[in-house]
Design a protein around this ligand. Structure first.
Ligand code: AMP
Length: 186
């Protein structure tokens, strides 16, 4: 299974991606989690990433693409595929992913676009309490999402890969809709 989760911050990508990854026993690759772990460990990557994350800006494409290139080369991904959560977030990242996948003879099965309106997003993020979840940073992350990530909706629509799912409602029902969108053969 090779699936990408797309959607604004707070859409529930992480929650749903973990559920799908567990259900189908596929590696869950979340760039935000990888970066937060690096920040916690105080690595060079962590130091660099933190300055962007604190402001709600995106970490530079080449850095993120390097992380994904390395992760996708690992055995578990080669045998089971992946659930990508929070990547790609820009057109150059999406193009780099296409190239990476074609170089290892893989292609995406589906892009799950979790759609949630702005008011609900701000409400959810304010109640989450993560370090980068204060109101100014949230607004900036939404702005960054609109400008840099939302164009991926059309990019994947054009490739016939997009499945749009309403991200508001009962968590189990949303999971079920995602499972149906991915299809039984995964
Ligand atoms: P997330 O946990 O997905 O909300 O990501 C938290 C923060 O990590 C984002 O606000 C960005 O600063 C950074 N980040 C995560 N994924 C990416 C990505 N694909 N490209 C650039 N920055 C990213």
């Amino acid at each position: 299974m090779k699936v990408v989760f797309l959607g604004p911050p707070g859409a529930g990508k992480g929650t749903q991606a973990v559920r799908i990854a567990e259900k189908f026993n596929v590696p869950h690759i979340a760039t935000g989690d990888i970066l937060r772990a690096a920040v916690k460990e105080g690595t060079e990557l962590g130091k660099l990433a933190k300055s962007y994350m604190d402001r709600g800006e995106l970490v530079p494409d080449d850095v993120i693409i390097g992380i994904i290139r390395e992760r996708l080369s690992q055995d578990d991904v080669r045998s089971s595929g992946f659930i990508l959560d929070g990547f790609p977030r820009t057109l150059p990242q999406a193009e780099a992913l296409d190239e990476l996948l074609s170089s290892i003879n893989m292609e995406l099965d589906k892009v799950i676009y979790l759609n949630v309106d702005d008011e609900e997003i701000v409400k959810r993020l304010l109640s989450r309490g993560r370090a980068d979840d204060n109101e100014d940073v949230i607004r900036n992350r939404l702005e960054v999402y609109r400008k840099q990530t939302a164009p991926l909706i059309d990019y994947y629509k054009g490739k016939g890969l997009l499945a749009e799912i309403n991200g508001v409602g009962d968590i189990d029902e949303i999971t079920q809709k995602i499972v149906e969108a991915i299809g039984v053969n995964g």
